[in-house]
Design a protein. Structure first.
Length: 160
């Protein structure tokens, strides 16, 4: 990642990250699809195409962990609607949204078969819609599950 990526984060992390990253861009992820679309499309004029996405879990994770993939079980998607192919392909490849191949899968939404899923996963409060919209627009995305924000800040190269 470049030394000045955009940070999308859980709303609870936004104030602290803005203090730690005053020259960078910190944006909280959205509670609605429309707000997600607006926040991502507001970045269209920027040349920077690198994002760090910080997820907050519904239950406490044991540690900060890298995200390798997501499952959108919310039944909502920011790409539904009229297509503007100048912003990205109509059906973007979502097979490798995140930079890492090893890590945990984040899940937004519910499904009765989720407990049977074999790979390590954890439910999050949001951020998956932003990942979909950002990938559609060609962004490189690094994802993290945050258990300890202060530790993540102290270990992240963008703050050092």
């Amino acid at each position: 990642m470049n030394s000045t990526p955009i940070i999308f984060c859980a709303p609870e992390f936004e104030k602290r990250l803005k203090l730690a990253y005053p020259r960078g861009r910190v944006i909280s992820y959205s509670e609605t699809i429309d707000l997600c679309r607006k926040r991502v499309s507001a970045l269209d004029k920027q040349k920077l195409r690198e994002v760090i996405l910080l997820f907050k879990c519904l239950q406490d994770p044991p540690s900060n962990q890298v995200v390798k993939d997501h499952m959108n079980l919310s039944k909502l998607n920011p790409l539904i609607g009229p297509a503007d192919v100048s912003k990205g392909p109509r059906f973007p490849d979502m097979s490798s949204v995140y930079e890492e191949d090893d890590g945990i899968i984040v899940v937004v939404g519910e499904d009765e078969d989720l407990p049977n899923f074999k790979e390590p996963w954890i439910q999050v409060t949001g951020g998956v819609w932003e990942a979909i919209a950002l990938k559609h627009r060609g962004y490189s995305i690094e994802g993290w599950i945050i258990a300890d924000l202060e530790k993540w800040i102290s270990e992240s190269p963008i703050f050092n």
